[in-house]
Design a protein around this ligand. Sequence first.
Ligand SMILES: *Cc1c(COP(=O)(O)O)cnc(C)c1O
Length: 411
Amino acid sequence: MARDDGTPNDRPANDRPAGSGRYRPQTELVRGGQTRSSFNETSEALYLTSGYVYGSAEEAEGAFTGEMPRFVYSRYANPTVAMFEERLRLLEGAEACFVTATGMSAVFASMMCQLRTGMRVVASRVLFGSCHYIVNDILPRFGIETEFVEGGDNAAWAAALERPADIVFLETPANPTLEIVDLGVVCDLAHKAGACVVIDNIFASPVLQRPLEFGADVVVYSATKHIDGQGRALGGAVLGSKAFIDDKLFPFAKHTGPSLSPFNAWIMLKGLETLDVRVQKQCDNAEALADFLAAQPGVREVRYPGRGTGHQADLARSQMKRGGTIVAFEVAGGKEGAFAVLNRLGLIDISNNLGDAKTLATHPATTTHQRVPAQTRHEIGIGDGLIRLSVGLEDVEDLKDDLGHALAAAG
Ligand SMILES: *Cc1c(COP(=O)(O)O)cnc(C)c1O
């Protein structure tokens, strides 16, 4: 079990095949991956330790040759972190999982662990700001060719993937336009071009969309969003085949150190217990708010995955169990119009975070997507009047009252 880099295989063995949880997903969210200590605690134990001790010099030697798989150092693995990895793995139906300190470290590690100079990355154009920065600014510095395509345009993917590629990276639904990418079609094209498909599945959450079933190779999360879901801690995750995680991602991560703190892993484990009920309730609220907003005079357009008719709506319904927790809407009057609404909200907070129990509103053009040139913003559908609403767990009638009042007062 020793690795080529001479350091031990110190992750707990996990030989169960993909998605082979003994129970249904909602049960695995509460129970999956738990290992109890000799104290038989009910709740998952928090092992706040950076290192581990050996009973003998021989044991230490055995750990480092890999003959004795065990915990060696918490940059590589930790019992609480391992419980979180296993629970998430069971939910996603992946062979293996490695969790990281933030969503961005998950995105970066999932790409850098497999890239070399001369390789080629094709990505969808509408991406979370920092994901865009990695593809557009960081990768080219290392002689990696990158190309952006219109995510919703299958012909554009086909054209870009006529030439060989090494990674295809995309978000669906995309932030903040909620554009849907056809996972089945793009995974097929990507594989024909020789690429590994990496999906940022943060907006859908593991409850609503399972990219591996559509042919994706790697799924990444910001656990900061729905998995914590209560605005407390940062975290990330990478899921994929055992070969990808063990041979590519893990050696890269263990030597570069984006490891998740056991304390944050413990928060995320407890977050997973309520993930399904929170996301379902947030979807109930989001669906109701999308309909409510569409009926308001000051609202020009409402975007919510699967709502209405047309190809994008059909696609959302075929890939996602429900439309998700985010609603985007365009108000009249551009930036001034959007600011007037945001500044008149009383209950809903202005915040760039999402997936939280609290409903949060943001103005992408001046915050999360401020760095994107205005021309590009308009081309990809981030208008100056666009407001992104991350819908929380409050009573939906209070949310309607707040939005209705703000829209009316803003004129
Ligand atoms: C938040 C987010 C990230 C980054 O996650 P962090 O935990 O903040 O590092 C990446 N992609 C998308 C779509 C996000 O919403």
